[in-house]
Design a protein around this ligand. Structure first.
Ligand code: SF4
Ligand code: SF4
Length: 388
């Protein structure tokens, strides 16, 4: 269950002496609620637009009423779960607070014969409940938020996940590949919303299953911890120049959830498949990002503003520039996902073959082939609506 090498040796994370855990109040979405530098009428309208009839639909392709109608519907299930206790307690579950919509479980732990059996069991139920990826890593306090955001006081409150849960289950939900071809558009935001809605369903089901087996389980989504380092530690993949997780199964199209538990489980081993070396010869995301929020430079501990993690040498996106672009175009953006050569439909054999090439010394050929053979331009929203 334990790795022989230290986890940072396996992941390649460069955590420096000046490392500080991240306070969620500094997350760019939280800052849009309290920080005058980020607050604006446009930012308010941006968030309100996720609810009809406040969506400022227009005639532009990808931003029609129908596009917003689908995007906002895609978020609907997540929004219901998010608001379940919001009025009474101020909890915004799945975003600032862990989910609490659970029934009482079983009083005694179910006697699995081994951690191997328990892990295989959980993996099966995770996939049954809709998970596209499942992995397990150890609890790592470095990636837990030092405080979580409380929108009632517009400041931090203490994290309420117990720190004696040794295992973290990481769940990945893929985002639709065709919808991401229409980025930037309100329509493409449906891929994000549905990713969260499926994530919430899977997380709640799996955490309730663990509780019904007689163990503790705390289901979390964007709240409580940084998802990407835990996903890397759980063997999902590597981090690209655009600061997003890249996996061999879905490239950069993934939403992440975590369940913190005391159910004894085997831990996965971090895997590398050549992403860092590939990003060293590619800058598609940095070139394609309209506000130039993605670095062209090698990984470093440079921080742009208070929304960045301090003390880790890595590629770091300027979240202020990114968010301001979102607000200006009145929907989220994933251009960096659309243009990334790893963004492919890996159900097709020739894309899996490309992945092997990209991870080999022939990576320049892989990049050239992506340039020549894959249309990474924006597809019209009407293309998606008319496709079968
Ligand atoms: S989401 Fe858009 S604005 Fe933000 S980093 Fe990616 S390409 Fe740039
Ligand atoms: S677009 Fe290129 S540089 Fe950016 S994350 Fe993808 S492979 Fe790496």
């Amino acid at each position: 269950m334990r790795h022989r090498k230290p986890i940072d040796e396996l992941t390649g994370f460069q955590v420096l002496d000046n490392f500080q855990t991240f306070d969620q109040r500094n997350d760019i979405y939280c800052r849009s609620q309290w920080d005058p530098e980020i607050q604006s009428d446009k930012a308010r309208a941006f968030f309100e637009g996720y609810f009809m009839p406040n969506a400022r639909s227009r005639r532009t392709d990808g931003f029609s009423q129908r596009d917003y109608a689908l995007r906002n519907a895609a978020w609907h299930v997540t929004n219901i779960l998010r608001d379940v206790n919001r009025e009474e307690t101020g909890r915004k579950e799945g975003f600032f607070d862990h989910f609490t919509s659970h029934e009482e479980g079983w009083p005694e732990p179910y006697p699995f014969e081994s951690t191997e059996e328990a892990t295989a069991d959980l993996k099966k139920i995770a996939h049954l409940s809709g998970a596209d990826l499942f992995g397990v890593c150890g609890y790592d306090e470095r990636w837990m938020y030092s405080g979580i955001f409380d929108e009632r006081v517009l400041d931090s409150k203490p994290l309420d996940i117990p720190d004696d849960l040794p295992h973290v289950i990481v769940i990945g939900e893929s985002m639709d590949v065709d919808l991401t071809r229409t980025v930037p558009s309100a329509l493409s935001g449906s891929a994000t919303g549905l990713g969260y809605s499926y994530d919430a369903l899977t997380l709640l089901t799996l955490a309730q299953y663990i509780r019904n087996l007689g163990y503790r389980a705390y289901a979390t989504m964007n709240d409580s911890s940084l998802g990407i380092p835990l996903a890397v530690q759980a063997g999902f993949g590597e981090v690209g120049r655009h600061s997003l997780l890249i996996t061999p199964e879905y490239g950069p199209r993934l939403r992440l959830g975590r369940i913190f538990t005391d159910l004894p489980l085997d831990h996965d081993t971090p895997k590398k498949f050549g992403v860092e070396a590939f990003c060293n010869i590619c800058d598609r995301c940095a070139t394609g990002c309209p506000p130039k929020a993605i670095p062209f430079e090698p990984p470093s501990d440079k921080v742009h503003n208070r929304s960045n993690l301090i003390g880790v040498a890595k590629w770091t996106v300027d979240a202020e520039k990114c968010f301001k672009f979102w607000v200006n175009q009145n929907t989220d953006c994933s251009i960096c996902i659309r243009v990334c050569p790893f963004n492919r439909d890996y159900k097709r054999w020739y894309h899996r073959l490309w992945l092997r090439l990209a991870g080999s010394p022939l990576r320049r050929l892989a990049l050239w082939l992506d340039d020549k053979l894959v249309d990474r331009g924006r597809h019209k929203s009407s293309w998606w609506w008319q496709s079968s």
